[in-house]
Design a protein around this ligand. Sequence first.
Ligand code: 13P
Ligand code: SF4
Length: 339
Amino acid sequence: MTNSTKNEALRHEPGPGYPQAVKSPQRDDLFSQIEQLKREKNAVILAHYYQDPDIQDVADFVGDSLELARAAQRSTADLIVFAGVHFMAEGAKILNPARKVVLPDLRAGCSLANSCPPDAFAALRAKHPEHFVVSYINCSAAIKAQSNVICTSSNAVKIIESIPADRPILFAPDRNLGAWLEKKTGRKMLLWQGACIVHETFSERKIAALQVEHPEAELIAHPECEASLLAKAQFIGSTSALLKHVIESPKKTFIVATEEGILHQMRKQAPNKELIPAPPNQNCACNECPYMKLNTLEKLHAALRDETPEITMTEELRLSAEAPLLKMLEWSTQIGKNA
Ligand code: 13P
Ligand code: SF4
């Protein structure tokens, strides 16, 4: 079953115990208009796991950053509607210069990408010219263009392990993923001090209380979380790896420390598992990415209909950013199926 067929099937079969989406004639109408526009325009909708359930359900492909980059690379659609954040849509454009790429809300940025301004990064690189630069995909095209290779949370360990042991590494922009990679690979790296506001929001005190209440629960976490939380997690992985783990693990209950949009696919694909979103520090919805959530079904429909707002960049920047991205996809394929 292709991912597109699988999503089509899942759309209408949420599984027992999964709360039904609030249905309204307007919502159903938007779904059918989106389907029709997709056919008319030979368009494809790619969505990240952190998008709203409705957006995930209308998408042709839902995945983590690596899977989405690969889906964008092999796409033959004339129009790519990228339901995710700016750096992801930019990645799709870098890999698909001849296709139009639109993002439902152009303001959908990323705190991690924003934490690494190109000029300041160039200055750090200039001080360490001998370093091999590995950038996490959550960065702008201008940072990708200054990198030797890109990685995602799915392939980061293997990418770092592929770099000759005597070569010093500069890793940007996520200090938490960087510190976790140092621990996993034993490689000391120079780390850019960026972070994701969502993954640094979890309350270890509240998680500890949940673990007392649910002693059978397994704590699973994304590597963008802080080291002290990761030290307590029983499983660490990218969004796709967390989803796969919940589906395949014999355990029944999970405390999930990542953006809570992923729970939608977990509930659909593992309807008999109990899923507890890790609580944020404040009494807020801070475990929801405010950037991802700027995209809505209505904005997605408008972006598909009007083919705007479009992602554009100069060809010079695109070519410089493409090389390390292609290197990642190439290395990733060589390293193995899951990297
Ligand atoms: P992955 O889906 O690659 O795990 O990335 C998570 C994320 O933070 C995307 O912004
Ligand atoms: Fe960026 Fe964090 Fe949102 Fe991912 S969850 S897009 S890393 S701010």
